[in-house]
Ligand binder design. Structure first.
Ligand SMILES: [Zn+2]
Length: 248
């Protein structure tokens, strides 16, 4: 965009988390970054410049699918610096909580996310899913899971002039006693929550080696976890990361 500056996709540049994640650097703001960031992180890409022609990332089909297709169409290359890439290894449990939602990260050999979604007031009830995140799993099991909303909520948002791009094409709509569109997975909703988590935690800027277990969390709590993970560690060289008094 003309007169805009580069906005690093990092925790320190989060502007707000109301109905999606917005980043800001001085006066330059970019809204709804979580689904494109999930696609990038899910495919294992960590060096990329995104140019935009509007202050919001296109909604696509409400998932990361369109971004995955475009990224795969372009060539993904392994750069020389790949060898010096370091991940954050979780050595002891880290958790964040509010009254109703909780996340804990446990030590694990790989990056794994387990999520429990509870929509007690609707016919959906609860959904649980758990995946070890690799580019293949992301592409096959997570990338195409769409965002969702309640019918009554969508109507209200439209009255306020929000969610104007929302439609049955890009949102799974939860009605009184059924979904208004056909689902891509039986548990598409919880898969989308995992997609959101991948996008949110990508703002840490390094791969995570740990098992993230979340119950009813959303962007705000996910990002608080990201801050806590980063707050517990200090990079002391490009190959070493000191974490809660332990070096690895
Ligand atoms: Zn989302």
């Amino acid at each position: 965009m003309p007169d805009s500056i580069c906005v690093p996709a990092r925790i320190n540049f989060i502007d707000n988390t109301h109905r999606g994640v917005s980043l800001r650097h001085d006066l330059t703001e970019i809204k709804t970054v979580e689904h494109i960031l999930a696609a990038i992180n899910g495919l294992g890409i960590d060096n990329l410049i995104i140019e935009v022609s509007a202050p919001e990332i296109p909604v696509g089909d409400g998932s990361s699918q369109v971004f995955v297709e475009l990224l795969k169409e372009a060539e993904i290359i392994c750069q020389d610096e790949y060898e010096s890439k370091t991940s954050i290894k979780i050595l002891s449990p880290i958790w964040v909580s509010t009254e109703n939602s909780h996340i804990v990260v446990l030590p694990s050999e790989d990056y794994k996310i387990s999520f429990t979604l509870c929509l007690e007031d609707s016919f959906v009830g609860s959904q649980f899913a758990s995946f070890s995140i690799s580019p293949e799993i992301f592409e096959q099991e997570i990338a195409s899971a769409r965002t969702f909303g309640f019918l009554k909520e969508v109507e209200q948002l439209k009255k306020q002039g929000l969610a104007m791009g929302g439609s049955l094409f890009n949102t799974v709509v939860i009605g009184e006693d059924n979904f208004l569109n056909s689902l891509r997975f039986k548990d598409e909703l919880v898969r989308h929550k995992i997609l959101d988590m991948i996008g949110d935690l990508s703002l840490i800027g390094r791969p995570i080696q740990g098992h993230v277990i979340a119950v009813k969390s959303g962007h705000e709590l996910n990002l608080n976890l990201a801050r806590k993970i980063l707050g517990g560690g200090i990079p002391c060289s490009n190959r070493t990361w000191v974490f809660i008094n332990q070096v690895y």
